[in-house]
Design a protein around this ligand. Sequence first.
Ligand code: PXL
Length: 277
Amino acid sequence: MPYKRILTIQDISCLGQCSLTVALPIISACGHETCILPSAVLSTHTGGFSGYTVNDLSEDFPNIKKHWLKEGISFDAIYTGYLGSTKQIDYVVDIFDTLKRKDAKIIVDPAMADNGKLYWGFDEEYVKGMRYLCSKADIILPNITEACFLTGVEYKETYDKEYIDTLVLKLSEICKGTVIITGVSFNDLEIQVLINSKNEQTAYTHKKIDKIFHGTGDIFSSTFVGALMQGKTEFEAVKIASDYTLKCIENTVGDDSHWYGTKFETAIPQLVRMLGL
Ligand code: PXL
């Protein structure tokens, strides 16, 4: 059974079931050593709370990198999510260049937007930085909104296959590796994750639950990374990540008091079984 050393770089939202508080337990449950580099510390995520605190940790990055380099530390995969600032993006690229092992996978979830809008605090400069980060990745995992910001294509609530093909084509000009677009939906019943790898397209289709759940992008991406590094193919990893995310959503539907996150914890045993661990 593979046991990989994975570095994930994203924020700590102290409460909110997203970013590192999701990535660390999920990738660990997938059977890997999970190292973290917190991009910022927030009292909560920015999606629905007001008055949250934010402490950007960009200035810690060069010293942490220097120490790891001195210790000879390197990683089998580096997976990034929500970052603290545009400036941090250059530090992250430097970490890719210096701390990845030979054949390591660089996976970028350009976590910056959803439902047609950028998250609070992000602007066009950040989008530009994220575009640059995506150009350094082996695999990118945008949702439709992020795909639109990255490519400059107008965001649409309803669309056809041609629209999605345009997004894929333009994203493939940015990232030469695998482009995985989440949340593609042509009808009320189903949702697809589309995979474009070496000019070949596949899609995994699953049931649609027509309600927005916070943190599901992070649950999906973390599971995808964990499964891929367990030796699953990209398609298998997408399937496992989609099925697990759906289970987490099903755990949360009906609990309106839990509006700020998705209950992923109780489905971890099912994830472990899906991975065959
Ligand atoms: O789940 C994405 C995410 C991560 N981190 C922070 C966020 C969000 C989405 O709103 O605000 C701080």
